[in-house]
Design a protein around this ligand. Structure first.
Ligand code: NAD
Ligand code: MG
Length: 387
């Protein structure tokens, strides 16, 4: 582990997105504890060039090679630029990096994550999809290499903090909080008429488009239940979800004696990102502290399992295991992108995912290759289903 006086050297994959931008904010806030050494984005040339300039980065990656010439002309000559999946792997294994923060949307971060582990790096994971798809493979590889998987997702970062120093045998339940999304109070028959713009308006968090739609269907919470199952090595039946509209309590752990520990803060992803980077230490920052006198109330209510079938589908996928979570995740990615293109209605997201899962013959104990095949099968299947 790095000496506390040295900054941790961090690579951010997905630096131009919502989590990426928050990571850069943390790096500006605690420069003596976090130093960026590599940045990767999909296709946002101008944003990536500005980031490389601001932080004096020497290693960059633009996944989409069509923008490479433009990027090259916007950065100093001594910056090494990479492209494609090989480029992401190059960044994920930079000799100088201590931690690779994976903030790419979807499963594109899987191979780079495994490569980082193989190279002995700690990984900080925002990309929940990779843990849903291949949680067992990622956690097993990390254990074998003796590297840490640090959760960035706010719920999992909260649980990680509540579990520190505790005996796993004493844990009875993990309780994930959910904002409930923009349609928490919408009657079930209104869900069919929900528009793209309405679904993209999240009540408490500012995030990328895919996760914002996932928060509206509650697939986000479903994916997070499976993510928790792998991160904390606990069976699905002991991972629960509760709606908490204010997003102040980020999640909770219940112990066998009935005591519950929770982690609270204002809803700002900089908190979990910073803790993932500085762990196991805590350092002061300029983030807004929670003012209890200003909080009028904290509410909790049961999720509407029947009206939001995504939760049940995720529980089924998590309990069944094998290739089914990968199928659910891939089907959801394609369905969400179809909804964003206004090609399908809102309820068709979970209907399509459910139908795809039904048509899948789950392979128990799959190899990584079988998982990737299942992911690709599901993507083709959804395209067939929605035409
Ligand atoms: P986003 O859409 O805002 O950003 C995605 C980033 O990934 C961009 O920088 C994009 O350039 C990059 N990217 C996409 N495909 C890529 C590829 N093939 N190669 C390299 N870079 C690529 O998404 P986001 O909201 O920041 O979410 C990122 C991940 O973090 C998702 O898995 C999401 O579920 C998770 N997450 C996000 C939040 C949040 O508050 N935004 C909270 C918890 C978890
Ligand atoms: Mg979350």
């Amino acid at each position: 582990m790095a000496e506390s006086s040295n900054p941790k050297k961090v690579v951010v994959l997905g630096s131009t997105g919502s989590i990426g931008e928050s990571s850069l904010k943390v790096a500006r806030d605690i420069p003596d504890r976090m130093q960026l050494v590599g940045l990767a984005a999909n296709s946002s040339v101008d944003a990536l060039a500005a980031q490389i300039g601001e932080f004096g980065i020497k290693q960059g990656c633009l996944y989409d090679p069509t923008g490479l010439d433009r990027l090259t002309s916007q950065v100093p000559d001594d910056v090494m630029l990479h492209t494609g999946e090989d480029g992401l792997v190059e960044l994920a294994t930079l000799p100088e990096a201590d931690i690779v923060l994976i903030a790419i949307v979807g499963v594109a971060g899987l191979r780079p994550a495994l490569a980082a582990i193989e190279a002995g790096k700690d990984i900080a994971v925002a990309s929940k999809e990779i843990l849903v798809m291949a949680g067992e493979a990622v956690m097993t590889a990390a254990r074998e290499k003796g590297v840490n998987v640090l959760p960035v997702d706010s719920e999992h970062n909260a649980i990680f903090q509540c579990l520190e120093g505790k005996n796993p045998k004493d844990v009875s339940r993990l309780i994930l909080t959910a904002s409930g999304g923009p349609f928490r109070e919408l009657p079930a028959d209104g869900l069919a008429r929900v528009t793209r713009a309405q679904a993209l308006k999240h009540p408490t968090w500012e995030m990328g488009q895919k996760i914002t739609i996932d928060s509206a269907t509650l697939f986000n919470k479903g994916l997070e239940m499976i993510e928790a199952r792998w991160l904390f090595d606990i069976e699905m039946a002991r991972v629960d979800a509760i709606v908490h509209p204010q997003s102040i309590v980020h999640s909770m752990v219940e112990f066998i004696d009935g005591s519950i520990l929770a982690q609270l803060s204002t809803p700002d992803m900089c908190f979990p990102i910073q803790y993932a980077v500085t762990w196991p230490e805590r350092v002061p920052n300029t983030l807004e502290p929670l003012d209890f006198a200003e909080l009028s109330r904290l509410d909790f209510e049961a999720p509407r399992w029947d009206d939001f079938p995504a939760l049940g589908l995720a529980r089924l996928a998590g309990e069944t295991g094998g290739t089914l979570p990968a199928v659910m995740n891939a089907a959801n990615e394609v369905a969400v992108s179809a909804f964003l293109k206004e090609a399908i209605a809102f309820p068709e997201i979970w209907e399509t995912v459910g139908e795809t899962m039904e048509g899948h013959e789950t392979i128990a104990k799959p190899t990584l290759e079988e998982i990737i095949d299942a992911d690709e099968w599901a993507r083709r299947k959804v395209i067939q289903l929605i035409g």
